[in-house]
Design a protein around this ligand. Structure first.
Ligand code: ATP
Ligand code: MG
Length: 395
């Protein structure tokens, strides 16, 4: 027997009341987008508070389930055998074959549960469940019924377009469908943390844009390519990502020339935030996202974070704020960004880091240092913004 449909279960979006259809429609769009690159032809639709994918013709089961597992908003993915209604005797045989093929080891307990959407079917749900259960018990001596905690729940749906059998539930990614919570601007470096931060915010339904600051020739083309590769991996979950690549070299050199070296990182980070916010505002984003976590490095002490926030009008979302590095690493491994993140290409901060950076910067001291940039900084920022390259990922 072959799985020709997937029944998709969603969690939190079920509780959204009158707006539920908006979430369901977004989910349908996300599922369509996720399957658009897969071999085969798929019909994605909602019906009776569920979302279905009908696979028409040949398709790769592994590929399709892998893609569905990355769609935020889904809690369960049920592969369904779709049958023509050829009478109840045939259905009994089919249910037995289904159990036989799906569970080679029959030392298990089961229960049959029927939903009858087609009210003209000659038997009611109770009768269908009971008689199919009996046929399965009869076919396999080792199998037992357990109505309270069955190992296998065989679901039977009698629908106008046929009969659906399913029992397996593949865990989904959870979260909310991307596109239901607005857009935010991710500061994406080539490190381990920021791709994970983007993933976490996208999981809450937020569409992601990204900005990367590179400093050629101090950072190489390979370092930039690594960021593009990371954006590509994040986009498997988050959907399309508009990536802005900003040439930061002249700004960095100017800060290096004019400001105290122990404050370089903080001042650079403030300019990154300002420029990120410029693009965010222009594209209607509702916030910025970074991969910072308290005390991870000198520029992420509470004082440093406050000095960075000082230049932001928009909320800055830092989903990793309370995470230890090893927790971030396990998430990076899980979502598939880790291997790319640890490739040894320098990112722009490592070139200009001071030996002893301030760990407790005072906002007014930093502001004062920035006054030394008055002569040229506006013009340099303007040029950086105007010459930024836009790379569209995952379209
Ligand atoms: P990551 O592993 O994400 O690079 P990190 O531990 O190296 O983080 P920092 O270099 O202090 O930390 O950067 C903190 C945050 O600032 C990053 O998570 C990222 O959001 C942003 N950031 C740092 N460098 C860049 C860059 N070159 N381009 C864009 N964003 C950056
Ligand atoms: Mg970094």
């Amino acid at each position: 027997m072959r799985f020709s449909t997937f029944l998709l279960k969603y969690g939190e979006i079920g509780i959204k009341g009158k707006n539920r259809y908006l979430f369901e429609d977004a989910l349908v769009r996300r599922v369509r987008h996720a399957l658009s690159g897969a071999d085969g032809s798929f019909r994605v639709y909602k019906s009776q508070a569920r979302v279905y994918v009908d696979c028409e013709g040949e398709y790769d089961y592994e590929e399709v389930t892998e893609r569905l597992k990355r769609v935020f908003g889904l809690v369960g993915i049920c592969p369904v055998v779709r049958l023509m209604d050829r009478g109840f005797e045939e259905l009994k045989k089919d249910a037995v074959t289904y159990m036989d093929e799906t569970y080679p080891d029959k030392k298990l307990t089961f229960k049959v549960e029927t939903r009858r959407a087609k009210k003209t079917y000659p038997m009611n749900s109770m009768e269908i469940s009971r008689d199919l259960g009996e046929a399965i018990l009869h076919a396999f001596p080792d199998i037992r019924v357990d109505v309270h905690h069955p190992d296998v729940m065989l679901n039977v749906e009698v629908r106008t377009d046929g009969i659906y059998l399913y029992s397996r539930v593949i865990p989904g990614a959870g979260g909310m469908p991307v596109g239901t919570s607005g857009t935010a601007m991710l500061l994406l470096s080539g490190g381990i943390d920021s791709p994970v931060a983007g993933y976490m915010i996208a999981k809450r339904g937020v569409e992601i844009e990204a900005v990367y600051f590179h400093a050629p020739p101090y950072t190489s083309e390979r370092a930039k390519q690594k960021v593009v590769d990371l954006a590509q991996i994040v986009s498997r979950y988050a959907g399309k990502i508009k990536l802005h690549v900003v040439n930061f070299t002249d700004i960095q050199l100017y800060i290096y020339d004019q400001c105290p070296h122990d404050e370089l990182t903080i001042i650079m980070r403030r300019y990154m935030m300002r420029i990120a916010e410029h693009f965010a505002r222009k594209d209607g984003c509702l916030g910025l996202i970074t991969g910072e976590s308290i005390a991870q490095v000198a520029s992420q002490t509470m004082q440093s974070l406050a000095a960075t926030d000082d230049v932001c009008q928009m909320p800055v979302y830092r989903p990793l704020i309370g995470f230890d590095k090893r927790d971030i690493v396990s998430l990076a491994e899980e979502i598939g960004t880790f291997e790319t993140s640890i490739q040894p290409f320098e990112d722009c901060c490592t070139i200009f880091v001071a030996k002893h950076p301030v760990t407790k910067p005072k906002v007014d001291v930093i502001r004062h240092s920035e006054e030394k940039l008055a002569e040229r900084i506006d013009e340099l920022v303007k040029t950086a913004v105007e010459t930024a390259e836009v790379i569209r990922i995952g379209e």
